[in-house]
Write a protein that binds this ligand. Structure first.
Ligand code: 3HC
Length: 684
């Protein structure tokens, strides 16, 4: 049965799509839409058409599962042109999210009406492509070139109010959408000529008079677009909208096909599904019901505890935050308020919302005040004895069924759980710093963590707008465990002759937001340091002993000026040299390729060991961790997808070449080797 049905209401033909879950514009939908428009044209009694969707949303775009497969006619660009060519007025009746191809369908309709909660966007850029069904040509004609550039390069949606303001929506409908859309269609049924977006010129004429707008936009966003191919193609396509529609749309098609057949698009589309797969927990009964979380407790009001609390407060969930001393408590809550106020100053929150969020916070010095919390998250100093002590106390205080979570980034959840009488209620919730900003949450599944605790954690993550990935209990879980070989190799490379600048440059050129030493300086060289300035066993110890703790001290692996601009440090070069002599390491020229092999290939190897040990559910979860937790460039899909693109045999060969330098503890993953030998991939 076709997902598209038609029915008449008076002389209006109502075309309804019913293609759950998101009314993606798959083949049957496209075919049905063309048929419906033909029906409208052929039936003299039809005077106007309404296109509406059932379920949670208007068309949320092309069907991404069809990408990479042979396309079946009619293709979307043909469908949208057919809609616009209809001889009767066509009205798009929009609810939910009109995204990508969905918005392009709406733009090809002669009119658009929408409910106040509707959202409009062209997120194709997030899939490494561009709005390829006339979107780059119609959107600027309706909303103006600048708005089109903003929407199509960011992929972020706008709300109905703004959409109406920029001319995307003709009427906001309060009340039932279908009857109001039909009434609207009746109102416009006799207006001729039909308003066709592709024929409009007023908005693009403004840009024609000011063609510098495109280069200005490129320049203003250069940093944001670094490494990505799609944004530049979007700009070129929107630039082509200054030409007549028929010509511009050919440019759009060519640019679309170039992107669609490229590696970045494959990576970003792969990642779209990877992210959604990550939410699925393996080995829990399907009917597992989550526990009810109405109130959260957080222990520790430091940077992590405060950031973690803000996630819940922002989602409207009350938080009780505990500290040991009043001064620390006041400082912590003060920082939270300051962070909220900074968000408000940027216009992303109202003062009222700040008040509401802070109003849900109860600061206290008494652990006993957590007795009525449904979830308690410990976010204190990274020390097993301290954590064990807290969990012992929590076991006595927390109500039955409360979930007890630790924000540890390395330590064993099983060891922590073992001090309680309820290990089934204990789970790791590893937030990434700054916890109120970073999207990633590692949910650490202990040996005895109950299925409903896991399911609750995953559901809660969605509520607080995080992307959760399940990890097993191993040192550093998924993300930080993979940092270890990278950091070790980066340090060793310094001894052998590379500089921090060279190593960081290779990582930044690869697409990472920063290299390992820039990251150390930002996070703090002293993190995890033993704090004994007389015990100097490696370069890091030497830096830490001299107070070179990174950006916060104006000195780390780099020197910093008072605006925190880095420059290469002669003192660090001396320290490296001293260690080189002490360890008898010969200095040699290090190639950028060697840096890739020793820092990135070894990370892939560690990831393979993680999979081998069952500490990640699937390879794509590892990619989600690295993209959302550490800024791995999404256009490379994540470490596992990237390894597949490099070729696993090349990775293994690269590692084997480097084996003599990788240290005695390095272990080559059997899984990696066997996959390489079998010509298999991790992700497809
Ligand atoms: N095609 C195929 N499947 C899709 C899809 C799409 N465009 N959008 C969502 N889905 C699937 C998801 O994979 C998921 O499947 P699962 O349940 O099996 O995991 C299911 O629909 C529900 O999706 P979400 O979990 O994401 O549901 P939410 O309610 O959280 O979000 C949404 C809904 C905002 C519509 C979100 O799914 C979304 O952003 N979708 C993608 C929109 C998009 O990128 N559109 C552009 C497509 S490209 C295009 O149109 C090209 C054109 O220009 C030619």
């Amino acid at each position: 049965m076709s997902p598209i049905s038609t029915k008449k209401h008076g002389d209006v033909l109502i075309v309804t799509s019913n293609n759950p879950p998101v009314n993606a514009l798959g083949h049957a939908v496209r075919e049905g839409l063309v048929k419906a428009i033909e029906e409208a044209d052929a039936d003299e009694s039809v005077k106007a058409v309404v296109i509406i969707c059932q379920g949670q949303t208007y068309f949320a775009g092309a069907d991404i599962t069809e990408f990479g497969k042979p396309m079946q006619m009619p293709m979307l660009p043909i469908v949208v042109d057919r809609i616009e060519a209809c001889t009767k007025p066509v009205v798009a009746a929009i609810h939910g999210t009109a995204l990508g191809g969905g918005l392009e369908v709406a733009l090809s309709c002669h009119y658009r009406v929408a409910v106040p909660t509707a959202k409009f966007g062209v997120p194709e850029v997030k899939l490494g492509i561009l709005p390829g069904a006339g979107g780059t040509q119609r959107l600027p004609r309706i909303a103006g070139v600048l708005k089109a550039l903003e929407m199509a390069t960011s992929g972020n949606p706008i709300g109905a109010k703004e959409a109406a303001h920029v001319g995307l929506v003709d009427r906001i409908i309060e009340g039932d959408l279908e009857p109001h859309a039909v009434a609207f269609a009746e109102e416009v049924r006799d207006i001729r000529p039909l308003p066709k977006t592709s024929e409009r010129d007023d908005k693009v004429a403004e840009a024609r008079a000011n063609p510098a707008i495109f280069d200005e936009f490129r320049k203003a966003n250069a940093k944001k677009f670094r490494g990505f191919e799609a944004p530049e193609a979007v700009i070129k396509a929107v630039e082509a909208s200054l030409k007549p529609y028929a010509e511009g749309v050919l440019d759009e098609r060519r640019l679309f096909m170039e992107l669609m057949t490229g590696t970045q698009a494959r990576a970003q589309q792969y990642f779209f599904f990877a992210e959604r797969k990550a939410a699925k927990v393996e080995n829990v009964p399907e009917d597992t019901k989550p526990r009810d979380i109405r109130k959260v407790g957080v222990i520790g009001a430091g940077t992590m505890g405060g950031g973690i609390s803000m996630n819940f407060l922002s989602a409207g969930i009350p938080v009780t935050i505990v500290e040991m001393e009043q001064a620390a408590l006041d400082r912590g809550t003060g920082v939270m308020l300051k962070n909220y106020e900074a968000t408000a100053a940027k216009g992303r929150m109202t003062a009222e919302q700040v008040g509401q969020a802070m109003g849900l916070l109860t600061p206290t010095l008494k652990l006993e005040d957590l007795a009525d919390c449904d979830l308690i998250i410990e976010a204190v100093f990274e020390n097993m004895d301290v954590k064990k002590d807290i969990f012992t106390k929590l076991d006595a205080i927390a109500k039955p069924g409360a979930i007890l979570a630790s924000n540890t980034s390395y330590l064993s959840i099983d060891d922590i759980a073992a001090v309680t009488s309820r290990p089934q209620d204990v789970v790791g919730l590893h937030f990434f710093s700054p916890a109120n900003v970073m999207k990633l949450l590692e949910v650490v599944r202990g040996a005895r963590t109950a299925p409903d605790v896991l399911v609750t954690a995953m559901q809660l993550a969605k509520r607080i707008k995080k992307v959760a990935v399940v990890a097993g209990v191993c040192y550093g879980f998924i993300g930080n465990r993979m940092l270890i070989p990278r950091q070790m190799q980066a340090m060793q490379l310094l001894l052998e002759g590379a500089t921090p600048q060279q190593i960081d440059k290779v990582h930044v050129e690869f697409g990472m937001p920063m290299g390992p030493f820039q990251m150390s300086d930002l996070a703090g060289v002293d993190i995890g340091w033993h704090r004994d300035p007389t015990r100097i066993e490696n370069i890091r110890d030497a830096l830490a002993a001299e107070g070179r703790w990174g950006q916060k001290k104006g000195a780390g692996f780099y020197d910093y000026d008072d605006k925190r601009n880095p420059s290469p440090s002669p003192r660090v070069a001396e320290i490296i040299d001293e260690f080189r002599q002490k360890t008898g390491t010969a200095q040699r020229e290090i190639s950028d390729q060697e840096i890739v092999e020793r820092t990135l290939y070894t990370m892939v190897n560690e990831a393979a060991l993680i999979l081998e040990g069952g500490f990640a559910q699937r390879a794509s979860d590892i990619d989600v961790v690295w993209v959302y937790g550490y800024g791995w460039p999404v256009y490379r899909g994540g470490p596992m997808f990237w390894a597949d693109t490099e070729g696993l045999s090349r990775i293994v060969e690269g590692i084997r070449n480097q084996l003599p330098r990788l240290g005695k503890d390095f272990k080559l993953s059997e899984l990696l080797v066997s996959k390489a030998e079998a010509g298999e991939k991790f992700t497809r």
